[in-house]
Design a protein around this ligand. Structure first.
Ligand code: DI6
Ligand code: FE
Length: 416
């Protein structure tokens, strides 16, 4: 396959000794889906077989952003709950009254596969338009084997039909479905979930297993049973942990070598220590914190001191984080949680890749995937400084350019 060269760019590689891995007047050479060479324009090796050459005109280039926590496949919307919250109802109250996740479950079950695909594809395209090249998508609005399967199949189909890479996570342990009564049958539901993992895995639908460990969702013991089954199947785990209370979920997940623990507003010192020892990534979700008007931020200093890698994700979902801009979320990570611009950007690249167990992306270096975003910006800190707006000129996913303006985020996009 012939090579494509991009030159005359200000590249933040996040590789090498400099924290940004900055290369002024840099160039990238891709061969097929991989980067073959990254360096300074003036050092471009001679005699390369370059089929296409692109002058980026001094634009800023970063690794393609990675959204390591989304719930992209669902039907409907929950604006009415937003209004209830504005009138003083809490997320937990709405959830206990049968709204919340369960209302999205009803809408999702009623939607056709085609409807689920079309709405999720439109959302995925919006994430890509803001620089995202890899997205994790969780199930969890089906809550019955056939509906969880449908949602995971839609996620896999997005990965096939869109250029953006999709990783799937089974979050069947998200909420108690209506047919399981009110709390009484939680353990029976967890038994059922444990029974679904093997067939869904055999169908190639799951890359990881997640659960919602919270007083409005599942207990530590119930989470452990789901994780035991995931472990038996050789699947990595991650956890919605310590969002509203300290349930000890982070330490539990770490004991299973979890890829990530997500939310963590109420994580304890022991939870942080256990994550550090296990190499578990902290995925922070400032969109949910903001939307629910939470006041207790995750313990950023404790995570830093312990050396826990911090990732930042949209948590896109119709209840607690209805956003499709990862850049906006990075801005919130800085403004609301006190991260630096560098920490936020590493959280959507290097550390986000790690939260998904991927070592072939999140940085720009020879041998890694040719996934990068081209920005009409001068400084990398501008990526988190501007609130909204269009900054992304285009992204390149696996060596193929995706034209944002055309909105045609399909694999039929031109290679350029
Ligand atoms: N992720 C989730 O799964 C829940 N909160 C969160 O941050 C709730 C999603 C929902 O309300 O639909
Ligand atoms: Fe979530």
């Amino acid at each position: 396959m012939s090579s494509t060269l991009w030159r005359n760019a200000r590249i933040m590689t996040f590789s090498g000794p400099d924290p940004w891995g900055a290369i002024e007047r840099g160039a990238l050479l891709a061969d097929g889906t991989q980067l073959k060479w990254v360096g300074r324009d003036m050092d471009i090796p001679r005699g390369l077989d370059v089929a296409v050459e692109n002058d980026l005109d001094g634009a800023l280039v970063t690794p393609g952003l990675i959204d390591s926590h989304t719930h992209l496949v669902y039907a409907g919307q929950r604006a009415a709950e937003f209004e209830l919250r504005l009138q003083g109802a809490s997320y937990e109250q709405i959830s206990r009254a049968g709204g919340g996740i369960r209302s999205t479950v009803a809408a999702t079950r009623a939607a056709s596969d085609e409807e689920l695909f079309a709405s999720a594809a439109a959302r995925l395209d919006q994430l890509a338009a803001d620089g995202v090249t890899t997205v994790e998508i969780k199930s969890g609005y089906g809550l019955a084997l056939e509906h969880e399967r449908r949602c995971l199949r839609v996620a896999r189909r997005l990965g096939r039909e869109r250029l953006v890479e999709v990783r799937t996570t089974c979050l069947a342990a998200h909420a108690l479905p209506p047919e399981y009564g009110d709390g009484a049958d939680e353990d029976d539901y967890i038994d059922a979930v444990c029974g679904w993992l093997a067939p869904l895995h055999a169908e190639g639908l799951i890359d990881a297993v997640d659960a919602y460990c919270e007083r409005i969702a599942f207990s530590r013991e119930q989470t452990a049973r789901v994780f035991d089954e995931a472990k038996r199947l050789g699947l990595p785990v991650k956890l919605h942990a310590e969002q509203f209370s300290d349930c000890g979920g982070a330490a539990l997940a770490a004991s299973y070598g979890a890829l990530s623990c997500d939310h963590l507003e109420y994580v304890s010192a022991q939870g942080v220590a256990a994550m550090a020892a296990a190499g578990t990534v902290a995925v922070l979700l400032p969109g949910a914190f903001y939307a629910l008007r939470e006041t207790r931020a995750p313990p950023i200093d404790a995570l830093r001191r312990a050396g826990v890698p911090i990732a930042i994700a949209t948590d896109h979902n119709p209840g607690s984080s209805p956003t499709l801009s990862l850049r906006l979320i990075l801005n919130m990570a800085c403004t609301l949680f006190g991260l630096t611009a560098l920490e936020a950007l590493r959280g959507a690249t290097v550390h986000a890749a790690r939260a998904l167990g991927l070592s072939d992306r999140g940085r720009l270096a020879s041998g890694l995937r040719a996934d990068f975003a081209v920005w009409d910006l001068e400084e990398p800190a501008e990526l988190v400084y501007w609130i909204g707006g269009n900054a992304c000129r285009h992204v390149v996913c696996g060596g193929t350019r995706l034209d944002i303006a055309q909105g045609a985020a399909t694999s039929a996009s031109v290679r350029a």
